[in-house]
Design a protein around this ligand. Structure first.
Ligand code: RIB
Length: 285
């Protein structure tokens, strides 16, 4: 079983569904509203745990009314929250609109995630004893870079999902062993990805492709499902990939594509992450 430490974000998602998005200046009637725990870091932590890994989460909630629910949701998913801190001020939130086609738009306000600027000795110890450090870019890049440096120094594999895309210092890229990107991110990052030994590009409904350190490639086709909401599908893909990376890229890709597809069949990010049994059943069909 893989031991994974996620250093990343945790948000409360404010999810509105609507048949059609409003044009600028227009008001339309929404269909539903729900508060669903999310955040790329927390989603990936839960996805990795459900896909069979043992996961510790390093991140921050605020001191507002969302903090307890966010912490409880991670704990309920059996993710180790001993290193989840509570920083004064608001928690991170994401305002998400899901349209009738299942496509989403997301506005993230960082809150406590943006104040996640320090790693403690206990965080570094957890990273040192993990098989994989899993990071995204919803917390300060300097914190991600520090976590990756400690991981690299201790022989822990660094998996970066550089989302949302922003400038990443070359020193951080140099520590990354595995990158998971979507097609848009791959295009924006361009040559920066060339330095990463293992690159996985997700292709939406068409599955994913892998490029290894010697230029070897492998593809996994899309898994046909009825799409309700794509929010968190990439996170579910990445968490499942991390959980099964030790079985080799081909097996990891199969788990990731299947888990990611299943995550699109239900509304909400963390609420839609499939269990181990659910993924395994779909894999053997
Ligand atoms: O990737 C989906 C996630 O992005 C949502 O849960 C939201 O919180 C944003 O961080």
């Amino acid at each position: 079983m893989a031991r994974i430490v996620v250093v990343g974000s945790i948000n409360m998602d404010l999810v509105t569904t609507v048949g059609r998005r409003p044009e600028p200046g227009e008001t339309v009637a929404g269909e539903s509203f729900a508060l669903v725990p999310g955040g790329k870091g927390a989603n990936q932590a839960i996805a990795a745990q459900r896909a069979g890994a043992e996961v510790e989460f390093v991140g921050a909630v605020g001191t507002d009314l969302f903090a307890d629910d966010l912490a409880r949701n991670l704990g309920d998913a059996q993710v180790d929250t001993a290193r989840l801190r509570c920083l004064p001020g608001p928690s991170g939130i994401a305002a998400i609109v899901v349209d009738g086609g299942g496509e989403n738009t997301i506005i993230v306000v960082g809150g406590a995630n943006a104040r996640m600027t320090e790693l403690t000795a206990a965080d570094i110890d957890a990273i040192a004893h993990a098989d994989i450090l899993l990071c995204q870019l919803e917390i300060p890049v300097d914190t991600v870079a520090a976590a990756a440096r400690h991981a690299h120094d201790h022989g822990t594999t660094v998996l970066l999902n550089p989302s949302p895309v922003r400038e990443v210092p070359p020193a951080l890229w140099a520590q990354v062993d595995i990158a998971v990107v979507n097609e848009g991110e791959a295009e924006q990052l361009g040559s920066a990805l060339a330095a990463v030994p293992h690159v996985i590009t997700t292709l939406g409904g068409d599955g994913a492709k892998y490029r290894g350190p010697h230029g070897e490639t492998h593809s996994h086709p899309g898994v046909p499902v009825q799409v309700v909401d794509t929010t968190g599908a990439g996170d579910t893909f990445t968490g499942a990939l991390a959980a099964h990376w030790h079985e080799g890229p081909e097996t990891a890709l199969a788990w990731a594509c299947t888990a990611g597809a299943l995550a699109t069949t239900t509304l909400g990010a963390s609420a839609s992450i499939p269990t181990y049994e659910h993924i395994e059943r779909a894999l053997t069909r």
